[in-house]
Design a protein around this ligand. Structure first.
Ligand SMILES: *[C@@H]1O[C@H](CO)[C@@H](O)[C@H](O)[C@H]1NC(C)=O
Ligand SMILES: *[C@@H]1O[C@H](CO)[C@@H](O)[C@H](O)[C@H]1NC(C)=O
Ligand SMILES: *[C@@H]1O[C@H](CO)[C@@H](O)[C@H](O)[C@H]1NC(C)=O
Ligand SMILES: *[C@@H]1O[C@H](CO)[C@@H](O)[C@H](O)[C@H]1NC(C)=O
Length: 411
């Protein structure tokens, strides 16, 4: 049975419904019930899906590199070919976080907490092997690492479940052990590499970016790409810092400090240091940030958490009142302010569009298609490709205010 790589759920209810038809019902229902407030991925593409089998990590238990329930973690590896035979792309799956014993023990019963529930996935967008859909990376070796630790591949601790069994918070060990295994499968001979991910996996790509770079010789070109991982420490409508409370729970439960930048920890508490605005200050590897300045997950879950008056607006930005749009513009202002550090980095890239969406690289529709969002007449794929291969200088674009961009219309 195939599952879609990441269940597209709320806030895009319309798309969520469309997907019910295509995705296995059980997985989707579980995901909707359990992760209705979790950041998730882009819509599912229906074009030429390539199904890639699951590989379980060898020797996982001995290394203590296990999912929340103690099962071995998994990944999907598609070998490169032709001119891409020595190029490697590593993609970290997203899917929210669990920040309490309760939420982590619920997660154990899903593919986001146990490989017992994982199966083959379709590779689309930046993962696709079709050069029309994915002009620059289609023939690369591509490894998608499944997300089953609930803490952005960063934790290293153990906890106890409500029923007295163990809960494993071993994201950091999963990261290290899977990358080691890939190295043994010829990634160590890579001539170029890219670390990426979506949402919570994209935050993980930022956390591990320099570590990934450090695994290759100096002459190998290594870069990082963050898709919909730029979570900001914004207040919600009631003045609460909701994102901070999620991160705080993860920090308390999971012992994530080892991966956080030391210079940040010297000045601030670990929760603050988990925010990308802090993380990027210490990343020395060239990084590209793809994100909507009206990130649909952050708007729906952080700015305007579930509640009646916002439900239509959350579901479809076109249904927002002018007052609600003002709130969204406020989010955009703060978002752009927090990106300042990245704007100043010479080798970095930005694709910050105004389309109401979340995760744009691993769906064919938003990555590179005639109806994809564009900035400066470029798709995400073209901008990322130009930046990665140095075909153009200054690949940094920040969109104007919603609803200025006509290429967002497909949403
Ligand atoms: C926290 O993580 C560090 C580094 O991975 C590890 O050495 C330490 O034992 C962990 N602490 C706890 C309480 O698990
Ligand atoms: C966990 O996250 C939820 C949001 O999903 C938040 O409301 C809550 O305060 C957090 N709890 C802890 C203990 O961090
Ligand atoms: C948007 O509003 C229209 C008219 O009020 C309504 O018919 C439609 O269902 C709404 N769409 C969503 C996604 O809420
Ligand atoms: C935009 O890009 C498309 C395809 O890449 C090209 O055909 C078109 O001429 C471009 N339009 C403008 C205004 O540059």
């Amino acid at each position: 049975m195939a599952t879609e790589l990441l269940s597209p759920l709320f806030p895009q209810r319309q798309r969520g419904l469309a997907v019910v038809v295509a995705a296995p019902l059980l997985a989707l229902l579980l995901a909707v019930v359990i992760f209705s407030r979790s950041p998730v991925a882009a819509p599912v593409s229906m074009t030429s899906p390539e199904l890639v089998d699951l590989t379980l990590l060898a020797g996982a238990r001995e290394k203590g590199a296990v999912c929340l329930d103690g099962s071995p973690p998994g990944y999907h590896l598609r070998r490169g070919f032709g001119s891409g035979a020595h190029s490697w792309l590593v993609f970290l799956e997203g899917g929210g976080w669990c920040n309490t014993t309760q939420s982590c023990s619920e997660r154990k019963m899903t593919s986001f907490g146990s490989s017992k529930y994982m199966s083959a996935v379709n590779f689309n967008g930046i993962l696709s092997n079709d050069h029309i859909e994915n002009p620059d990376f289609y023939n690369w070796n591509i490894a998608v690492i499944r997300y089953c630790d609930g803490g952005s591949f960063a934790g290293d601790a153990e906890g106890e479940d409500l029923d007295g069994t163990k809960l494993f918070f071993r994201g950091l060990r999963i990261w290290e052990a899977v990358v080691d295994e890939l190295m043994g499968k010829e990634m160590d001979a890579a001539k170029q590499a890219l670390l990426t991910g979506c949402s919570a996996g994209s935050l993980a790509a930022l956390l591990h970016c320099d570590n990934f770079r450090g695994r290759f010789p100096h002459e190998v070109s290594v870069k990082c790409l963050s898709d919909a991982g730029f979570f900001i420490d914004e207040k919600d409508l009631s003045g609460e810092r909701h994102m901070r409370s999620i991160f705080n729970g993860v920090v308390q439960l999971q012992n994530v400090s080892k991966v956080l930048p030391k210079d940040c920890l010297a000045k601030k508490d670990p929760t603050e240091c988990l925010f990308p605005a802090e993380l990027i200050k210490s990343i020395s590897t060239p990084t590209f940030i793809v994100n909507s300045e009206y990130d649909a997950w952050q708007i729906a879950n952080v700015v305007a958490p579930p509640g009646d008056t916002w439900s239509n607006c959350r579901a479809n930005i076109r249904n927002c009142s002018s007052k609600q749009i003002d709130v969204l513009h406020g989010f955009r202002r703060e978002f752009i302010r927090e990106l300042k550090v990245a704007e100043g980095e010479r080798d970095w890239g930005l694709f910050i569009d105004s389309c109401y969406t979340h995760c744009q690289t691993q769906s064919s529709d938003s990555w590179h298609s005639p109806t994809s969002p564009r900035l400066g007449n470029q798709t995400v794929a073209e901008a990322v490709g130009d930046w990665y291969f140095g075909r153009r200088r200054l690949v940094k674009q920040i969109d104007c205010k919603y609803p200025c961009n006509p290429t967002c219309s497909s949403q």
